[in-house]
Design a protein around this ligand. Structure first.
Ligand code: FMN
Length: 155
């Protein structure tokens, strides 16, 4: 299976989780590419069998929405049926509250692009509110959760 992890990361935590997921995927002998949505070329997306989207929680506690704006912008460019019949997953990193709202919104965004099979992956705490500084890192146990998510996602 060939997996694309589409992520945005301002201070590096969502990227760190993406790397842990990728490690799990590779351990199952599947292929994986990490794609920063700011560098996303829509035409390349069709080569993948499965997609995982990772977003830091942005205003997840206030609006119950919580997806970072670069991810939203990327979804606006993705054709309506691109994820049809594909396996999809979502995860989020948050500093205080709202990460579960981010994952739920990512689930809806993936469904809006045709995916009927979205796996809601882990959320973990890291960083600081509004990412004013990089703040604390993802805990080791949480990195393990992301790695295991990658493993089971491709099984
Ligand atoms: C505009 C903005 C809004 C944010 N809103 C929230 C929030 O509602 N709840 C929360 O727990 N963290 C919030 N954060 C903090 C980030 O989710 C957190 O620092 C995360 O670790 C950043 O991930 P990154 O390093 O991949 O960018 C916000 C950060 C920014 C920049």
């Amino acid at each position: 299976m060939k997996v694309a992890i589409l992520y945005y990361s301002k201070t590096g935590h969502t990227l760190e989780a993406a790397k842990a997921i990728a490690q799990g995927i590779k351990e199952q002998k599947s292929e994986v590419d990490l794609i920063n949505v700011n560098n996303l070329e829509i035409s390349i997306l069709k080569i993948y069998d499965a997609y995982i989207v990772g977003s830091p929680c942005w205003a997840g506690s206030l609006s119950k929405n919580g997806v970072a704006s670069p991810i939203r912008k990327a979804f606006k460019k993705i054709p309506g049926n691109l994820f049809k019949s594909k396996l999809c997953g979502a995860y989020s990193i948050f500093a205080a509250t709202g990460g579960e709202n981010t994952v739920k919104t990512l689930n809806q965004l993936l469904k809006s692009k045709g995916c009927s099979d979205v796996i809601e992956g882990p959320i973990a705490k890291a960083g600081t509110p509004f990412s004013i500084t990089k703040g604390s890192s993802i805990q080791k146990d949480d990195l393990e959760l992301f790695k295991n998510f990658g493993k089971t996602f491709v099984q």
